[in-house]
Ligand binder design. Structure first.
Ligand SMILES: *Cc1c(COP(=O)(O)O)cnc(C)c1O
Length: 222
């Protein structure tokens, strides 16, 4: 496909998503374009149509995608995948927002890295609202303690909560729960909703939606 067609396709998807968000929510909703496993020409097409906020799952892939573009005006990078403590310094060096904090050890290593690099990404805590065994995220019952710990020790700001509902359940109740937990803790940001359900997320109070395939097209599966 010639790159002008690609640019037109991505610009049209983006316009469509932004229109949907504006029509379902009367508060601003940030569109985080999830660029994991997308070819470089699509990233460039997204930049060309004005998109500046991107989400990535893996630190190393994010470095490959964005390190050489870090100076682009307004570029804002969100880590939305699980973080290992030995990658904390790389994550702090690259990302502006880390959405997947889920245990004290990660708060500790992020705090150390932030002090060392003098860079203070905003943090979100990932909540395992479906209480699934295999899923990362703190259980709702343990959230308050992790919020208190993060607020007391992290030298930057804890901004909000994020969740990925179970694939086999309606997302609505999980989104409503996450919004309630954020309100109760006085946290302003709520990251919820992906390609299949970003309108619902926005309707139920998301301040950030994470949209990959509906924005860029299908990902490489390898
Ligand atoms: C991949 C991913 C997304 C985007 O998924 P789509 O269904 O392609 O929109 C959103 N959030 C997280 C945490 C992801 O890993």
């Amino acid at each position: 496909m010639p790159s002008t067609d690609l640019s037109n396709d991505i610009a049209a998807s983006r316009d469509d998503i932004l229109k949907q968000l504006a029509s379902v929510a009367d508060h601003p909703v940030e569109l985080v374009a999830v660029s994991k496993k997308q070819p470089d020409e699509r990233l460039q097409a997204a930049l060309d149509c004005g998109q500046r906020v991107f989400g990535e799952n893996r630190v190393q892939e994010a470095q490959e995608h964005w390190q050489h573009r870090r100076d682009i005006e307004g570029l804002t990078l969100h880590l939305i995948g699980p973080l290992q403590s030995n990658k904390s310094e790389d994550a702090v060096a690259l990302f502006d927002v880390i959405q997947t904090v889920d245990r004290k050890k990660i708060v500790r290593t992020l705090s150390e890295a932030a002090e060392k690099l003098n860079r203070f990404p905003h943090l979100l805590i990932q909540v395992n609202t479906g209480e699934e065994d295999q899923k990362s995220g703190v259980l709702p019952a343990d959230l308050e303690e992790l919020i208190d710990y993060t607020r007391a020790t992290y030298p930057g700001e804890l901004k909000g909560l994020m969740s990925i509902p179970p694939v086999d359940e309606p997302a609505g109740p999980h989104f409503a729960l996450l919004k309630k937990l954020a309100d109760r803790a006085g946290l302003p940001w709520v990251s919820m909703g992906m390609s299949a359900d970003y309108e619902l997320g926005a309707k139920l109070g998301a301040t950030h939606v994470r949209v990959g395939s509906a924005f860029f097209g299908e990902r490489k599966t390898a």
